[in-house]
Write a protein that binds this ligand. Structure first.
Ligand SMILES: *Cc1c(COP(=O)(O)O)cnc(C)c1O
Length: 342
């Protein structure tokens, strides 16, 4: 029995990176590679994107892994314990700092390790997850300025994250963000990199883009749920499985919930040699699909991605269950073999 395969296209990824960069310029691309490059494989993505100037890693462990392969700027924004901060400072990782205590920790570790920290202050613009609140901003600036003068840290950027729930809310968040970054620049006389937007807002709301744009989804060709295809951007990954049994009404394929497919995907359409067919039910290592004329053991089906008529992308599958394409991709397990294709 052959295992399912996630085919990953190098040329599509390169094309997406080109399209995204051209569309966002002069805002610079920060390629987000968290979650194993959204399930595509971190090392593959790093090698394929070796000319990217900024990587977004989320956590310090991932950032240090990127550092082994790249001399680019690397941004890690997970609030991390002291030992990880030490390793990040030694590795020249840019740190996202979203709270006063974390700022104090980074300054303290820079003093101890004698490695100067490069930090990006996160402004809370309404998501209330992580971020320095407006009433704290001037106090934080004073602390950061003092550490800056003492040579312990360099504040290189300001950033935030948008809810992307409505344009009006995002406008409000952007105004708060700009005001906060302006206060820093006025007090310090030093310009900041500014980054606020991820895929969707960077693409559709040019007026909100900063000097950097943190992009994951669109670089991998994952469109937003209920969103249109992105011009010049194509899905990078295609998930294929093999027919392992043919019965009267259904065909059994060798992929199931153990491979990461949500059990509630039944009813979604997948691509077969004869066009789209309904995915009927999913079990641990196999699933059943409505049959087609001439179906045979060894036939390949496309669960998502290009290559066979009737297929959708990871986002179409996700839409079927009220989720997002990223979630389908990052759930795929180790039994799914990654194969790099043109
Ligand atoms: C994941 C993430 C991004 C990238 O978002 P996409 O929608 O995949 O482009 C950007 N910024 C932060 C803080 C993130 O966590």
């Amino acid at each position: 029995m052959s295992a399912p395969v996630l085919e990953i296209s190098g040329s599509r990824f390169a094309g997406n990176l080109r399209a995204v960069r051209e569309h966002l310029a002069p805002s610079e691309l920060m390629l987000v590679v968290k979650d194993e490059a959204y399930g595509h494989g971190l090392d593959w993505a790093l090698d394929a994107a070796s000319d990217v100037a900024w990587f977004g890693a989320y956590d310090v462990a991932t950032a240090l892994h990127v550092r082994e392969r790249s001399t680019a700027r690397i941004f890690a924004w997970a609030t991390s314990p002291a030992d990880e901060v030490d390793a990040a400072l030694a590795g020249g990782i840019d740190l996202g700092v979203g709270s006063w205590p974390y700022l104090e920790l980074v300054i303290d570790r820079a003093r101890h390790t004698k490695n100067r920290g490069r930090i990006h202050l996160k402004v809370d613009t309404g998501l209330h997850r992580n971020g320095i609140r407006p009433e704290e901003w001037e106090g934080v600036i004073a602390v950061a300025r003092a550490a800056h003068m003492a040579g312990l840290i360099e504040v290189v950027g300001a950033w935030s994250h948008l809810a992307e729930a409505s344009d009006a809310e995002d406008d409000e968040s952007a105004a708060q963000f700009t005001a906060a970054a302006d206060v820093w620049e006025r007090i310090s006389g030093q310009p900041l990199l500014r980054h606020l937007t991820a895929s969707a807002a960077s693409w559709w709301r040019p007026e909100l883009r900063g000097s950097l744009s943190r992009i994951g989804a669109f670089c991998y060709g994952i469109r937003s749920a209920d969103g249109p295809p992105i011009p010049g951007v194509l899905p990078v990954a295609a998930l294929r499985a093999e027919v392992i049994e043919v019965a009267e009404e259904t065909v059994t394929i060798g992929i199931g919930t153990l491979d990461g497919l949500p059990s509630i995907l039944h009813g979604a359409a997948i691509g077969t040699p004869a066009g789209a067919r309904e995915l009927r039910d999913l079990s641990i290592s196999e699933s059943r699909v409505a049959t087609w004329p001439g179906a045979a053991v060894g036939d390949r089906v496309t669960v998502f991605g290009p290559g066979m008529q009737g297929e959708g992308d990871a986002t179409s599958l996700a839409e079927h269950i009220g989720s997002v394409g990223e979630e389908i991709l990052v759930r795929l397990g180790p039994r799914v073999r990654r194969e790099i294709v043109v």
